[in-house]
Write a protein that binds this ligand. Structure first.
Ligand SMILES: Cc1cc2nc3c(=O)[nH]c(=O)nc-3n(C[C@H](O)[C@H](O)[C@H](O)COP(=O)(O)OP(=O)(O)OC[C@H]3O[C@@H](n4cnc5c(N)ncnc54)[C@H](O)[C@@H]3O)c2cc1C
Length: 322
């Protein structure tokens, strides 16, 4: 890419788009990043909730942490650590067998370094999207992308038909831009007609998408029978993981004795629900039912799970991913 006059649109302010935008801007490329969401983060998200007594709770309801297996990435993450937007989560993990009611496979301490964004998983993306040279536009869904042969550039328009400008290159970080799922969510054709790009179409189809519901719960005191900060479930039809969010570094907003947890559903459970309710955003009632079911399963572990103190309209909050 010739950076001198290059104008690049990045679709998506998740970690892929944010890193891409930051790297390009660092090389002098004019980058405009668009994201449908209210802010940066994508699936590395954090949600703010306020309890009835005014206490603020924050939940990393997407990716709970990440690991690094590549030297080049390690260098980048080291830079983020130095900037204070990432920290190591010194968490002990294990597996919980729902059939025997026992924790097994305790991870060796420090065997794999786990990193989290600080103070939230979205902090990395937020910081990268606000770097010099990155113009970030949130709350904007790219609804149409057209290649203008005569101008050798891409013309982008929003879902409501607003002109978003012309760009030499477009980096799309979500397979939605060319997938029927976009239509399922918006009722409109996807921005990119992938039938014009058969090779890309095959590659996009190969990207796996696994649905998941995340349940966010807070307790007035620590879960005394849980000896770890995160655990996977064996032999559970509906739960796959549980993470103690409040044990992460930089989550100072949680009063010391309280604990907040995020539970992830299994993909199979999420698929079943989604097949039943359809691809559109689930209703409040549907989410409340998911919350009930997942929390009931958590309580059925025999780990003396008390009633949560975080209850809004329907006790716990569920968030549907994908
Ligand atoms: C519940 C859950 C648990 C996970 N656990 C882990 C884990 O433990 N470790 C790990 O490493 N990873 C984990 N992941 C995966 C990780 O979160 C993702 O791989 C990563 O965040 C994807 O980043 P991305 O930037 O590629 O995509 P995304 O974060 O999905 O970002 C894409 C962005 O594009 C935007 N967008 C899409 N279409 C348009 C459009 N037309 N116009 C404008 N904006 C658009 C979306 O709003 C979104 O913000 C988990 C994910 C989830 C959901």
């Amino acid at each position: 890419m010739t950076s001198a006059a290059a104008k690049v649109a990045v679709i998506g302010g998740g970690i892929s788009g944010a890193v891409c935008a930051s790297l390009l801007a660092g090389r002098g490329v004019a980058v405009t990043l668009f994201d449908s969401g209210r802010g940066a983060g994508g699936r590395m998200a954090q949600r703010r909730e306020v309890m009835e007594d005014g206490t603020e709770l924050r939940f990393d309801h997407g990716a709970p942490y990440f690991t690094v297996t590549n030297d080049e990435v390690a260098q980048v993450v080291g830079g983020w650590e130095a900037r204070g937007i990432v920290a190591e989560w010194k968490a002990m993990f294990a597996c919980f067998d729902r059939a025997t009611g026992k924790f097994t496979d305790f991870e060796k301490e420090g065997s794999t370094k786990k990193y989290v964004g600080v103070p939230g998983m979205n902090s990395i993306c937020k910081s990268l999207c606000s770097e010099d040279g990155v113009v970030a536009k949130f709350g904007v869904t790219v609804g149409k992308m057209d290649w203008l042969q005569d101008r050798s550039s891409w013309s982008l328009a929003s879902l409501d038909g607003k002109d978003l400008g012309n760009f030499d290159y477009v980096v799309a970080t979500d397979k939605n831009v060319g997938s029927p799922r976009f239509s399922g969510l918006t009722g409109r054709p996807p921005p990119l007609d992938l039938s014009l790009f058969p090779r890309l179409s095959v590659m996009v189809q190969d990207i796996p998408v696994r649905p998941c519901f995340a349940l966010m719960v807070a307790f007035s005191e620590p879960l005394a029978m849980v000896p770890v900060h995160g655990f996977s479930f064996n032999n559970s039809d509906s739960l796959s993981w549980a993470f103690c969010d409040s044990s992460k570094p930089g989550r100072a907003c949680v009063p010391p004795n309280r604990q907040s947890w995020v539970l992830h559903s299994t993909a199979e459970y999420a698929s079943k629900v989604i097949n039943h309710i359809g691809p559109r955003k689930p209703s409040v009632d549907a989410l409340a039912k998911v919350a009930e079911e997942l929390f009931r399963e958590f309580q059925a572990t025999g780990l003396s799970i008390p009633q949560p103190i975080f209850m809004k309209a329907h006790r716990c909050h569920c968030y549907r991913w994908r």
